[in-house]
Each structure stands twice: as structure tokens, then as C-alpha cells.
Design a protein around this ligand. Structure first.
Ligand code: NDP
Length: 253
């Protein structure tokens, strides 16, 4: 009754770098067939080929979570290629720096479009079929900023807090359907995110990290640590729901 099916095709939205790429590797190593999506599809294709070379099952298709048509097209291709999707990892994210009074509303909106409306598009594209089959996982990569606001990344903070509101409501709506909606909240993690920041601004934010109470230690996690947490959550037996999960760096020994 609590066993998961042997074959569980998994979608990773935002699989071209960082946490998403590591999650694709971790899930493939755990035996999940994986579908990788992002705008930089060449990177996804390269990673899918590497997974196949290791004996895994992997496909890659272009995906822009800020476009409803792109998400629908991606979902159709994945289902045609891998079969019914059992697991969706909503990981695509965008982070821009800036003080609230300086950020143009249009740019604020672009972050909300990827970080909040993107997950909603993924829900609409994949969850109805899961509800029909009465099982499945949709996992949202949130952020520690969702529960403790952080300055100078206002649109990001607001969109991740909004995302957690969406997930809480979704969990209630999915009660009794057999479909799990879960949240993983990474602390500071090495990836390509924030690489385009002004170095002085980035250093300031990192130096304030502990003072703002977001992490007990101003160190960065490896993306693989988040990927392993994600794989653990979606691998839980049926009848068990692990969420939310906070992943933070431990103090150096
Ligand atoms: P990266 O910048 O390395 O990865 C972001 C991923 O999102 C890329 O694969 C990118 O692919 C994809 N993406 C961005 N915009 C879109 C879009 N419109 N459509 C589809 N894919 C898109 O950063 P991380 O690995 O760090 O970020 C992954 C998640 O982790 C994000 O949700 C982020 O908010 C969250 N997170 C990260 C933390 C950190 O410290 N790094 C801390 C807390 C949370 P492409 O550009 O090819 O489309």
C-alpha cells in the first residue's frame, strides 16, 4: 500500500545549472527517468546525454516557465516521451538585486513571473493528471527568504513568500487526493544565481547574512546537498509527507 511504483518519471524545471542540474543527476542515480527543462536547452541536452551514458533514462526539452504555451508544450513532449509524470520539481528561479525604491516595477514583475507564476503554470500543466491517477509529487524549491525577508532582493523575497502561500493552499486543496505538494528551502548555495551582481553589493549582503538571522553561518552549501534533500522528499513512501525542509550550512568543525 505504501510502496511507490517502480518507474517514476520526474520533471526538473530549471535543470540547466546549479540545484536543478544536481537534482537531475541525483534523481537519475536513484533510478528515476528524468526530463530536463530550461531555456538553455543545449546544457540540458548535454546533461541528459551524460546521464544516459551512465545508464540512466533522460530527455531534454526547451522550457520557459514564464510562458504558458512553453510549459504546455514541454509537458506534452515529456509525457509523450517518458509516460505519465509522477514527480515535478519546480526549481526554475530568477534573482535580481536592488533596493525596493529603485527596482522598476516591470523588472519586479519579471521575477514574480518566473518565481511565482511559473510554479502555478507547472501545477496547471501536471497536477490534474496526478490527481486523476491519485498519486504524484510536486516539489517547489523555495528559499530561506520566504520565511525571513531579506533586503536588496525584494522581488525575489516577495515572490518566494508568495510561492509558499500558494503551496500551503495547494496542500489543502490536494488533501485526500494522494498527491503531495512539498517545499524545500535552501540556504545560501553555490550556483550561477547572483553571479551577475555587483561584487560590492554581493559582499555586503553576505556579510549581513548572520546578522539578518537567515543562516547561522555565512557559508555556502554545495548544490548537491539541496539535490539530495529533494531526492529524499520525493522518494518517501506513500502515506508519508516530508515538508517543509530547511537546508542550511552547518558550523565548521
Ligand atoms: P541557477 O541560476 O544556477 O539556476 C536557475 C535555473 O532556473 C537555471 O536552470 C535556469 O535555466 C532556470 N530558469 C531561470 N529562468 C527560467 C525560465 N524562465 N524558464 C525556465 N527555467 C528558468 O540558480 P540555483 O540553482 O541557485 O537556483 C535554483 C533554485 O534554487 C531557484 O528557485 C532559487 O530561487 C533557489 N534557491 C537558490 C539559493 C542559492 O543560494 N543559490 C538559495 C535559496 C533558493 P535557464 O537560464 O537555462 O532557463
Amino acid at each position: 500500500k505504501y510502496a511507490q511504483p517502480d518507474r517514476r518519471p520526474a520533471v526538473i524545471a530549471g535543470a540547466s545549472s546549479g540545484i536543478g542540474a544536481e537534482t537531475a543527476k541525483a534523481l537519475a542515480a536513484a533510478g528515476f527517468p528524468v526530463a530536463l527543462g530550461a531555456r538553455r536547452v543545449d546544457r540540458c541536452e548535454e546533461l541528459a546525454a551524460a546521464i544516459r551514458a551512465e545508464g540512466g533514462e533522460a530527455v531534454a526539452h526547451p522550457l520557459d516557465v514564464s510562458s504558458t504555451d512553453s510549459v504546455a508544450d514541454f509537458a506534452a513532449k515529456v509525457t509523450a516521451g517518458l509516460g505519465d509524470v509522477e514527480v515535478v520539481i519546480s526549481n526554475a528561479g530568477l534573482l535580481g538585486p536592488g533596493r525596493i525604491i529603485e527596482v522598476e516595477t516591470e523588472r519586479f514583475g519579471r521575477e514574480v513571473d518566473v518565481n511565482l507564476l511559473g510554479p502555478h503554470r507547472l501545477v496547471r500543466a501536471f497536477v490534474p493528471a496526478m490527481v486523476e491517477r491519485r498519486r504524484g509529487d510536486i516539489l517547489f524549491v523555495s528559499s530561506d527568504v520566504a520565511v525571513r525577508a531579506r533586503p536588496f532582493m525584494s522581488a525575489y523575497t516577495a515572490s518566494k513568500a508568495g510561492l509558499e502561500g500558494l503551496v500551503s493552499a495547494l496542500q489543502m486543496e490536494l488533501e485526500g487526493t494522494g498527491v503531495r505538494a512539498s517545499v524545500v528551502r535552501p540556504g545560501p548555495t553555490w550556483s550561477e544565481m547572483g553571479m551577475d551582481w555587483d561584487p560590492e553589493e554581493a559582499a555586503f549582503v553576505l556579510n549581513q547574512w548572520v546578522k539578518w538571522g537567515h543562516a547561522r553561518h555565512p557559508h555556502f552549501l554545495k548544490a548537491r546537498a539541496i539535490a539530495d534533500a529533494i531526492a529524499t522528499v520525493v522518494s518517501a513512501p506513500r502515506g508519508v509527507h516530508i515538508s517543509p525542509v530547511d537546508v542550511n550550512p552547518e558550523a565548521p568543525v
